[in-house]
Ligand binder design. Structure first.
Ligand code: FAD
Length: 392
């Protein structure tokens, strides 16, 4: 049995950050992962360039049953703190849009940074290791694995959510939480976009590749960016964002022309003497393939001259408030994150430690705190890791 002060399970962004800082404080730390390499999700993040933070990250960018829970950690470790670390490794980065910071070169630089920090903290890295059991025996946690048995005073669960099982995501963290009596807020794939209902699939599936600058709303959450039609549904940043807020059976509302009153525009064009077919007139402001499919879905046809003002206005309204009832979101195989997770009511928001199980910590995506698209999820990984590490 090998003993450590701290064992971290999960060598993703949150786990590595926490292990490194605990090690740098002088704790003996081991980090275990069943994957053969660390940070696999970091490597594929941000299209290979890792959107490692968002300079405007605020609690309002996160979804949780308790929207206040993330405040303390986010205030303690801010985007500028991670940027300082990035700069200390001379990693070149840029703001792509909306406060989103990406590496200029490669996401691997972020993994190397975390490896560098773990090296400074003399963290023992134990990879390709299947974890069999976790138990608490008096004051110590006992972790049995295929690479031997370990004990520790503090156990940090940083095993992430269920998204992208193909690179090793599992429900391990939720199982451990349940084993120790913690509730799990229902999980769902998120930041994955939508699939069409059967009826819409026939009509809009053929539009794959069409992109429209839109405003997508789910309840009170609204996102102004592109939507992208795929063979099976809707992707693109605005759809991904909306999928974080969507519940099965609910509708999403899409304003397909946020900067223009479409009804007035079409009516004005008719007044000016436009004679085109309505689908062609609409193609002046929306992609042609979409305009044709949309006009067909409204059972309209023929030249605009034959349409009454009321009909034109109704068409405009339906483009400003297109109601779509998705069949589902795309699912865990494509989801950037898992919504839900370990119920924060069991955790201290200052330290991430379980209130009822001394020495047991949950950090990163396994916790019921999920960020919007745009660097927020990494900021949560870093911030929650720092909160735990300070307490270890
Ligand atoms: C394609 C994609 C792109 C993304 N892009 C961005 C982005 O640009 N910006 C952003 O902010 N967020 C992005 N995200 C989200 C972000 O990657 C995650 O929120 C973040 O990595 C979560 O960090 P984590 O350390 O909590 O979990 P993870 O990174 O998932 O790490 C968990 C670790 O635990 C290990 N593990 C799991 N189960 C077990 C087990 N049973 N035994 C042992 N080890 C186990 C895994 O192998 C993994 O190494 C993206 C996600 C995806 C899928």
């Amino acid at each position: 049995m090998q003993n450590f002060d701290v064992i971290v399970i999960g060598a993703g962004g949150a786990g590595m950050m926490c292990a490194a800082l605990a090690g740098q404080k002088g704790r003996s730390v081991a980090i275990l992962d069943h994957n053969e390499i660390v940070g696999r999700k970091i490597l594929i993040s941000g299209g290979g360039r890792c959107n490692f933070t968002n300079i405007d990250a605020r609690p309002e960018n996160f979804v949780s049953q308790n929207p206040h829970f993330c405040k303390s950690a986010l205030a303690r470790y801010r985007p500028r703190d991670f940027i300082k670390l990035v700069e200390s490794y001379r990693i070149r980065y840029h703001e792509k849009k909306l406060g989103q910071l990406f590496c200029n070169d490669s996401a691997k630089q972020i993994v190397d940074l975390l490896m560098g920090e773990m090296h400074k903290g003399k963290v023992r890295l134990i990879l390709s290791t299947k974890i069999n059991t976790v138990n608490k025996d008096n004051e110590k946690f006992i972790v049995t694995t295929e690479s031997g048995d370990f004990s520790c005073d503090s156990l940090v669960i940083a095993s992430g959510g269920l998204s992208i099982p193909q690179i090793g995501a599992t429900g391990f963290g939720y199982d451990i939480a349940r084993q120790f009596g913690l509730n799990i807020v229902e999980t769902a794939p998120a930041l994955d976009g939508f699939t069409w209902s059967h009826a819409d699939l026939d009509r809009f599936g053929p539009l794959a590749g069409v992109s429209i600058n839109s405003c997508v709303s789910v309840g009170k959450a609204s996102f102004r960016e592109n939507i992208l039609f795929t063979h099976t549904g809707l992707s693109g940043p605005a759809s991904l964002q909306a999928s974080l807020y969507w519940q099965r059976g609910k509708k999403i509302s899409i304003d397909l022309s946020p900067d223009l009153d479409v009804g007035r525009y079409l009516w004005k064009r008719k007044q000016e003497g436009a004679r085109q077919e309505i689908k062609n007139l609409l193609s002046e402001i929306l992609p042609k393939r979409f305009a044709e499919a949309f006009i067909e879905s409204k059972k309209l046809s023929g030249p605009v001259t034959g349409l009454a003002e009321k009909t034109i206005q109704a068409l405009g309204d339906s483009l400003k408030n297109w109601q779509v009832e998705p069949h589902s979101t795309v699912g865990y195989r494509k989801a950037e994150v898992t919504r839900g997770g370990v119920d924060t009511s069991h955790l201290s928001s200052k330290t991430m430690e379980c209130k009822d199980v001394k020495g047991l910590y949950f950090i990163g995506e396994v916790v019921d705190v999920t960020g919007q698209l745009g660097g927020y999820n990494f900021q949560w990984a870093w911030a929650s890791a720092v909160s735990a590490a300070e307490a270890l």
